[in-house]
Design a protein around this ligand. Structure first.
Ligand SMILES: Cc1cc2nc3c(=O)[nH]c(=O)nc-3n(C[C@H](O)[C@H](O)[C@H](O)COP(=O)(O)OP(=O)(O)OC[C@H]3O[C@@H](n4cnc5c(N)ncnc54)[C@H](O)[C@@H]3O)c2cc1C
Ligand code: FES
Length: 502
């Protein structure tokens, strides 16, 4: 197993370091084994513990909290872009009601845990807004306000957002939402779990699953219950989850010199701007988010430059303190997949596909899965069931996704080397010719050569060079590797083969 994620640009939250945990050194048994030490895995462990499950093991491939949780925007809200009008129409009022309830309860549960456990994580209650700057968008926002109103979410249509640096045509406001410092919260949660006897193992990837037996390099870990909280399910073919999930990347900048805003804001367009204030190391920063593209599919390689230009235009006197990117799993119908993983034993569960709303999504998953494990039922599980078939909301996306993946695959196989390895300039990377073969090569700014076989170790798709982040990105299911082939993001968990001159 390669080290995962070592050299990535850090987010503003990562100035807070998680506690360290040992590597697993032999097999063991537990009431519940949780794969993945991100927000979802930690919250599942916490809720299971609260409901009386005592013997718990968390297996983490890298360091805990080294995945998407460390790179989120940290908004805690049941307002997930424009979703309720679409849900009502596509899946009916009962499903929309369940989705709203699960996420509203998640917001309250965060507040409760933070209060009861006295977690210092800059949690503050606030209003959440989805806005539009166009008349057509404002109509959609209005329909969302009406749908959310029917679901009892206390939503209102507003015609202005005075804290934003531009006028809007309309916005939907949800009251009693929240924002926090996700790493302060999750690091403290990990300490609480450790102190209450949960066994957490780092640098211990799950490499295979055989019903309730999780295979690691140190041995087999048997769980009466197994929860897959590894962001993208690490299991390759079973369940065909890779046909239902794509990974989408977005970009964030934390700006100095911007007055604090009290609300949290999001454009109703998928790749639009997002705003919130955050306290980082005692300093108030404004988090500006932007962009959305499927991993490995981008043709534009100037996301950071464009985000910084937007920041300069909106806040001319600001400066950029941090700038980073992150990706999340998106489902075909925009609803997470939480529930039984049928293709394995009776008591194997999965939580994935949070669609960039995995703070409340992880909390909802923790409630649903802990309820199912301890009492056999959960009031909001149905809408999230991985068994659902939802052609009204998902079919178009599904076929589009399959077509996109196939097109990328063919483009990758057909990619012609730009030249030989010897012709690569310092700081340049891509597919290059070497000894009659195609290899993936990057020449560092110091002239060093980093060469790999540019084929994904998940399901063998050809990789694309991302010159903006100097990574190899997989257009099929979104795995990413650094120039030396180390895994940055799954589902792949094996490094790339080394190639080229020694
Ligand atoms: C730009 C951006 C902004 C976002 N903003 C928000 C927001 O404001 N509010 C919100 O609600 N959500 C937001 N999200 C979504 C949210 O951050 C994620 O959905 C959430 O953090 C996912 O948590 P997780 O625990 O599932 O995944 P992760 O945090 O990625 O954790 C998964 C863990 O599993 C480990 N793992 C992987 N494979 C294995 C294996 N084989 N064995 C063992 N361990 C393994 C990984 O190393 C990782 O540590 C945002 C997402 C993005 C991309
Ligand atoms: S991530 Fe599945 S083939 Fe690359």
């Amino acid at each position: 197993m390669a080290s995962m994620g070592k050299d990535r640009v850090q987010s503003c939250w990562q100035t807070v370091r998680p506690p360290e945990f040992p590597k697993l050194d032999c097999g063991c048994n537990a009431d519940a084994v949780i794969v993945g030490g991100g927000m979802c895995g930690l919250l599942c462990a916490y809720e299971l513990l609260q409901k009386g499950v005592r013997s718990l093991v968390i297996l983490e491939a890298d360091r805990i909290l080294s995945g998407t949780t460390a790179r989120t925007a940290g908004k805690i809200t049941s307002q997930h872009g424009l979703i309720y009008a679409a849900l009502e129409k596509g899946m009916g009022p009962r499903a929309a009601q369940q989705y709203a309830r699960a996420n509203e309860e998640a917001v309250s549960r965060f507040a409760q845990i933070i209060r009861e456990e006295k977690i210092d994580c800059d949690f503050s209650s606030c209003d959440a807004y989805v806005y539009s700057c166009t008349q057509e968008g404002a109509e959609r926002v209005k329909a969302e306000a009406e749908a959310a109103g029917r679901l009892g979410l206390g939503a209102e249509f507003a015609t202005e957002c005075g804290e934003l640096p531009f006028p809007v045509k309309g916005a939907v406001r949800f009251p009693r939402q929240a924002r926090f410092h996700p790493m302060k919260f999750a690091c403290r949660l990990a300490e609480i779990l450790r102190d209450r006897g949960v066994k957490i193992y780092e640098h211990t990837p799950a490499v295979a699953l055989n019903d309730n037996r999780v295979l690691t390099r140190a041995g087999c870990v048997y769980g009466k219950n197994v929860l897959l909280c590894s962001h993208y399910p690490f299991t390759n073919l079973r369940g065909f989850y890779f046909t239902r999930i794509v990974q989408s990347r977005s970009y964030l900048a934390a700006l100095r010199g911007v007055p604090e805003i009290s609300g949290i804001y999001l454009d109703c367009e998928e790749a639009g701007l997002s705003f919130r204030s955050a306290s980082v190391g005692g300093e108030s920063l404004l988090l500006l988010g932007w962009g959305a593209h499927q991993t490995g599919h981008e043709t534009d390689v100037s996301h950071y430059k464009k985000l910084k230009e937007k920041a300069r235009k909106l806040y001319p006197v600001s400066s950029v303190a941090f700038c980073w990117s992150a990706q999340d799993c998106m489902t075909d119908d925009r609803i997470p997949l939480i529930g039984r993983y049928r293709q394995f034993g009776d008591r194997v569960y999965v939580a994935t596909g949070f669609n960039k709303w995995g703070m409340t999504g992880s909390m909802a998953a923790a409630e649903i899965l802990s309820d199912r494990i301890t009492s056999g039922k959960s009031g909001t599980a149905e809408v999230f069931s991985p068994d659902r078939v939802n052609f009204k909301m998902g079919a178009k996306n599904f076929f589009q996704t399959a077509a996109d993946a196939t097109a990328s695959l063919l483009r990758g196989y057909a990619e012609v080397p730009k030249g030989s390895v010897a012709e690569l300039k310092d700081g340049e990377g891509g597919i290059a010719a070497f000894a009659g073969d195609k290899i993936g090569a990057y020449r560092g700014t110091d002239g060093s050569l980093h060469a790999v076989r540019p084929v994904c170790t998940h399901l063998h798709c050809p990789l694309r060079w991302n010159p903006e982040e100097n990574t190899w990105d997989c257009p099929c299911h979104g795995s990413r590797f650094d120039a030396d082939g180390n895994v940055l993001e799954g589902p792949a968990f094996l490094p790339l083969e080394k190639r080229g001159p020694d």
